[in-house]
Design a protein around this ligand. Structure first.
Ligand code: TXE
Length: 466
């Protein structure tokens, strides 16, 4: 009998469902089906591949209530935020649809002028694009519609078959996404969910896949890269960060405090691009801290099914210990705790929103990924000090600067090695811009035109008329 995967509701700690896990043989069978079906899918016109994706887009909107309730039940994401995530995917789909043809179309890059050739005819050079084939999409739980959709939508559109391994903490949503894609007309064998935890993900990597697109932690990302290396396949890793923000002395403090509190606590801090460290110039430090604390106190914590709830439980129980350890380490080294700091005494994996001040870089909270509702705020005396602290990380996903002078902010951001740079905003993703990381934040890019062409490989045509 197959092993079972238990799906637990983080808000109530009750068992939602037990699902049979795909073992190695089941994974291999799915791979074989995908391999068999992919050439026919790739041979369809682009329009025929786009049509079911547009139906999927409409179904997302039509079914948002049910889908959001399911996502909330298995991840604890507040339902309003679950709805926002689902309703933002259509905008990303629109971007992919609008740009698919431009990326996929063959183009002639050279045509020899008539009579110039030494041979009998003229020479043409053409670049065409081909899908990779069968790809693995190993995904995360924190934004399954976003981080999954950034991969499987353009991958399918470009003619690939997708073996989709949802996170074990968002498996019901992974199944719902598959059902919706199939209902919309994507062939069963072209998109298949693969159910299980890391072991199932590892079994998927043993198949002769043509690419792996992963979202998750740096530690697992390294394992994926090692497993994929001998295969010499396209490997993309979208990993986490320790994203810093700096508030300049000339910043609009109210805007900075509201924006950064949301950036730190939205989705309970469980975003790859959550604000994880804040540096504030001493001239505006007190004013900023007061406004920041007022915003945090206004966040409603509780039942994630309540539309007014802003902070629900964390999605994974072990994270409670990570958060408690970071807080304890900071306090032992001299930090001040302003509210929160511990698990709430109630059922569910709730951790009180925590602001730590008088922090420094000897503390894990300023060094290691927190991925939860805990934020450190550090006072700095100059832009130079802020830059040095912001640079002190092996990660490089995003960085934000709040201030009125664009040149000053851009000058600071240029000194940081990050995939995204924010001026007077943070925790923001656009389908038009590439999502990429430097250092431990990953390899490759999703979204933008680069996030479409990554599912293709170019072919060079040297065509000489005979
Ligand atoms: O990630 P994992 P988890 C970070 C964040 C968080 C941490 C853990 O720091 O605290 O990751 O989250 C599959 N071979 N981010 O546990 O373990 C696994 O089943 C193949 C950042 O979810 O990296 C899941 O589907 N697959 C982030 C996926 O990998 C394996 C989003 C991610 O698991 C595997 C989420 C293996 N050996 C978490 N081991 C972001 N960038 O937004 C595990 N998996």
């Amino acid at each position: 009998m197959a092993d079972l995967l238990s799906i637990i509701n983080p808000a109530t700690e009750t068992l939602l469902q037990e699902l049979p896990v795909d073992d190695s043989a089941a994974v291999a069978a799915k791979y074989n089906r995908a391999r068999g079906a992919q050439p026919e899918w790739a041979a369809l016109s682009l329009g025929d591949r786009i049509a079911p994706i547009l139906r999927f887009r409409d179904l997302l909107i039509e079914r948002v209530d049910t889908l959001a309730a399911l996502l909330t039940s298995e991840t604890g994401k507040p339902v309003t935020q679950a709805r926002s995530e689902i309703l933002a995917l259509p905008g990303r789909i629109d971007f992919f649809v609008e740009n698919a043809e431009r990326v996929l179309s063959p183009h002639r890059v050279y045509a020899e002028p008539a009579g110039a050739a030494l041979g009998t005819g003229t020479l043409e050079e053409v670049i065409s694009q081909e899908p990779l084939g069968v790809i693995a999409n190993i995904s995360a739980w924190n934004y399954p519609y976003f981080v999954g959709g950034n991969v499987f939508i353009p991958a399918l559109m470009m003619g690939n078959a997708v073996l989709y391994k949802p996170s074990e903490f968002a498996t019901l949503t992974g199944g719902a996404i598959a059902d919706l894609l199939h209902e919309a007309g994507i062939p069963q064998d072209i998109f298949m969910p693969v159910v299980g935890s890391g072991l199932t993900g590892a079994a998927l990597l043993e198949q002769p896949i043509d690419g792996v697109f992963f979202t998750g932690s740096y530690a697992t990302g390294q394992k994926i890269a090692v497993a994929a290396a001998p295969k010499l396949i396209r490997t993309q890793l979208e990993l986490g960060g320790k994203d810093p923000a700096y508030v300049c002395p000339d910043a609009n403090v109210a805007v900075a405090a509201a924006g950064l509190a949301d950036g730190a606590f939205y989705n309970n801090g469980q975003s790859c691009c959550a604000v994880e460290r804040i540096y504030v110039h001493t001239d505006v430090y007190d004013e900023f801290l007061e406004a920041f604390m007022a915003t945090v106190k206004g966040f409603k914590l509780g039942d994630p099914t309540d539309p007014d709830t802003y902070l629900g439980p964390v999605s994974r129980k072990p994270q409670l210990d990570v958060l408690a350890d970071q807080v304890a380490d900071a306090i032992a080294k001299g930090a001040t705790r302003r509210g929160g700091g511990e698990r709430l005494d109630r059922s569910g994996w709730y951790f009180a929103p925590t602001v730590l001040t008088e922090v420094n870089h000897t503390m894990t909270v300023m060094q290691e990924e927190t991925f939860g509702p805990v934020i450190g705020i550090q006072r700095v005396d100059s832009d130079e000090e802020a830059v040095a602290l912001m640079q002190d990380t092996p990660y490089g996903l995003t960085a934000a600067v709040y201030g009125t002078e664009r040149e000053r902010a851009v000058g600071i951001l240029r000194q940081l090695k990050t995939g995204s740079a924010y001026w007077n905003c943070c925790d923001r993703v656009s389908p038009r811009l590439p999502w990429s990381g430097r250092g431990h934040s990953g390899l490759g890019a999703t979204l933008s035109l680069a996030g479409i062409s990554t599912f293709l490989q170019p072919r060079a045509w040297h065509l000489r008329a005979g």
